[in-house]
Design a binder for this molecule. Structure first.
Ligand SMILES: NC(=O)c1ccc[n+]([C@@H]2O[C@H](COP(=O)([O-])OP(=O)(O)OC[C@H]3O[C@@H](n4cnc5c(N)ncnc54)[C@H](OP(=O)(O)O)[C@@H]3O)[C@@H](O)[C@H]2O)c1
Length: 252
């Protein structure tokens, strides 16, 4: 697929870029400062701020060898002071994507967002209530982003993770994804990520790389179109498990 990735220089965006490339997708990005951000120079790079209408319009209109974009994927995260980034971008994308012939959007939201039909656990209802009460404008922005997408008739997905961690993928898994048939990839992601449209997963964190894999999986095999799945790690991170195993087996 041809994908426009927003937030590619961010901590989750970098994993998304790697994952999209590893699975053979063609990626265009909008970045403010590609220098030092690990963005390969041979990528289609649109320089600028996503809030700049001209930059966004040019990026959305991207055509390569007669192929327009198939989807927009966002790992944007707000910088201090940008309290309406997600809502404003959603309003613009809803208006501009149809003109560019794009229907699919997948973005990273947050577990604190409430969605019609949610059956969150007591724990998560309390966390969401606290986040909405004390989380300020950034949390309100995510909730409003959801309201905008849910009122649109586009094919959107907002992934709702809890706390994101820097845990690395299983080292034994490295490099094995290239050339893996889609079905196999799909099963592997499910082994790693617990997800549901409305019910709370058991765990309260997930690695950025697992979120990236889930997003790309959803892009290839949509299961949550016009939905906002709650996601979390299925099991503790490997290195934490290793540490526990080591300390349990070490004498004294
Ligand atoms: N941290 C958590 O525990 C947690 C939990 C749940 C959900 N989330 C959500 O997950 C998402 C990804 O988080 P993250 O920690 O990976 O984000 P991050 O590292 O802060 O990266 C944010 C990205 O957005 C880009 N960006 C921000 N404003 C921009 C603008 N106006 N124009 C162009 N690019 C812009 C940044 O580019 P620059 O480098 O140019 O600023 C950067 O690439 C966020 O929406 C976050 O709220 C986070």
């Amino acid at each position: 697929m041809r994908v426009l990735l927003l937030g590619a220089s961010g901590r989750t965006g970098r994993w998304l870029l790697d994952e999209l490339a590893a699975r053979g997708h063609e990626v265009a990005v909008v970045v403010r400062s590609p220098a030092g951000s690990r963005i390969p120079a041979d990528l289609e790079i649109h320089h600028g701020d996503v809030r700049d209408l001209a930059v966004l319009a040019t990026a959305l209109a991207s055509v390569r060898e007669g192929r327009p974009l198939d989807a927009v994927v966002s790992a944007l995260g707000p910088r201090p002071g940008a309290t309406t980034l997600h809502r404003d971008l959603a309003v613009r994308l809803v208006a501009m994507m149809p003109t560019a012939g794009i229907r699919r959007f997948i973005g990273i939201s947050g577990a604190g967002v409430d969605v019609v039909g949610d059956q969150k656990s007591l724990r998560d209802r309390a966390v969401s209530a606290l986040a909405q009460r004390f989380g300020g404008a950034v949390v309100r922005d995510k909730q409003q982003e959801y309201e905008v997408w849910s009122a649109s008739d586009l094919d959107w997905t907002l992934v709702r993770p809890p706390r994101l961690t820097e845990d690395r993928p299983d080292p034994h898994d490295a490099g094995q994804r290239i050339g893996v048939p889609l079905g196999a990839e799909h099963r592997r992601v499910d082994d790693e990520v617990e997800h549901h449209a409305h019910r709370s997963p058991r765990r309260t964190s997930i690695s950025r790389v697992a979120v990236a894999r889930f997003v790309v999986d959803e892009l290839e095999r949509p299961r949550y179109v016009r939905a906002a799945p709650l996601v979390a790690a299925r099991r503790p991170a490997r290195h934490r498990r290793d540490r526990l195993t080591r300390s349990a087996s070490s004498p004294g």
